[in-house]
Design a protein around this ligand. Structure first.
Ligand code: A2P
Length: 332
């Protein structure tokens, strides 16, 4: 069976990755429609060798079509307004923005972690924050086997997470041109500030990691803190994850667990200087885990270094995997 798809924000960083991955995975597409703002409307995009005109996102351009899945990545405001319009018209929306993630009616899904939540949807499914997704892939097997008490996230996030504008700031910054997207130059710098500051002194990105982790792992008792940082890397988020488990473990068991976890590539061989780095994760589907070692400062503590391509597993791939789960279930 083939499906009609819409890509909303098709001309953006994640939008273009949706197109690439749909092609690579040979997603069963009958018709595909591309939407952008008025700015890029009328431009063309290529899908499977065929040219398509990008349409302006407006109601009249949606309601004249029968669309099975809409993949959204055009920012929170666009999702808030247009996701219900699509879903009321019978489309399943998979939304990459943060607009719907914490809505109790909306499942927040990483397929390797909580695919069972997908079926609870009523038209909208949320894709978690990029940093949350890779952390969940790494933490789920630990949560299942040992239980998790506390997590400390420290992230080193690529500029592509801020869209085309983020990448432009890095490239232009190295040419000596001023920053436009970030509050400071990112070339040769590190900015401990992603998304807006909240009343509690955390950034919204940090609170997303904290709140989304609890929702995805179905565990409000988790104690979590986070510091999220932008670094001058084009693609691939890196994370130091310090986790306190509820039960003791052997390091060899953790290696074994990661060797056998779907979606994980274990990269940990310090004698041969093997550890995950964004340069190796770019363009890959897996979440890379390494630098696995005991945290001697507390009981049952563990340190991990987790890297993934933020635009693939952190955004476009995860959303497409959600759609694939729905199709698999439907065609069973
Ligand atoms: P456009 O190319 O017309 O600006 P990125 O995150 O890489 O900057 O991409 C954002 C994506 O979201 C782009 O495709 C952009 O289209 C789209 N977009 C931004 N604002 C709107 C809007 N109001 N309506 C529809 N699409 C939008």
């Amino acid at each position: 069976m083939k499906y009609n798809l819409a890509v909303v924000g098709a001309t953006g960083m994640v939008g273009r990755k949706f197109i690439e991955i749909l092609e690579q995975r040979d997603f069963p597409v009958e018709n595909i429609y591309f939407y952008s703002s008025q700015r890029s409307a009328g431009s063309t995009l290529i899908f499977k060798g065929k040219e398509y005109k990008v349409e302006e996102l407006k109601e009249e351009n949606i309601l004249n079509k029968k669309i099975d899945f809409a993949l959204f990545s055009a920012g929170g405001d666009v999702s808030l307004k247009y996701a219900p319009i699509f879903s009321n018209h019978g489309t399943i929306v998979i939304d990459n923005s943060s607009a719907w993630r914490m809505n109790p009616e909306v499942p927040l899904v990483v397929p390797e972690v909580n695919a069972e939540d997908i079926k609870l949807h009523s038209g909208i499914i949320a894709n978690p924050n990029c940093s949350t997704i890779q952390a969940m892939v790494a933490l789920k097997p630990l949560h299942e086997k040992y239980g998790i008490k506390r997590i400390i996230f420290s992230t080193y996030q690529a500029v592509s997470g801020a869209g085309m504008g983020g990448l432009t700031d890095l490239v232009e910054g190295y040419k000596g041109n001023p920053n436009k997207k970030f509050p400071y130059a990112i070339a040769g710098n590190v900015i401990p500030h992603i998304d807006v500051f909240m009343d509690n002194g955390y950034t919204k990105e940090e609170m997303k990691m904290i709140d989304e982790t609890k929702k995805i792992l179905h565990d409000d008792s988790l104690k979590i803190t986070a510091t999220t940082v932008r670094v001058p890397v084009a693609y691939g988020h890196s994370e130091s994850i310090n986790v306190e488990l509820k039960k003791d473990f052997e390091i060899s068991e953790i290696f074994e667990l990661y060797r056998n976890t779907k979606g994980i590539a274990l990269k940990d061989d310090i004698e041969n200087l093997v550890y995950p780095m964004p340069i190796d994760a770019e363009g890959k589907d897996e979440t890379f885990v390494g630098r696995i070692r005991r945290d001697f400062s507390c009981d049952f503590g563990l340190n991990l270094w987790v890297v993934a391509d933020n635009i693939r597993k952190g955004a476009a791939l995860n959303a497409i995997q959600i759609a694939e789960c729905i199709i698999k279930d439907k065609e069973k």
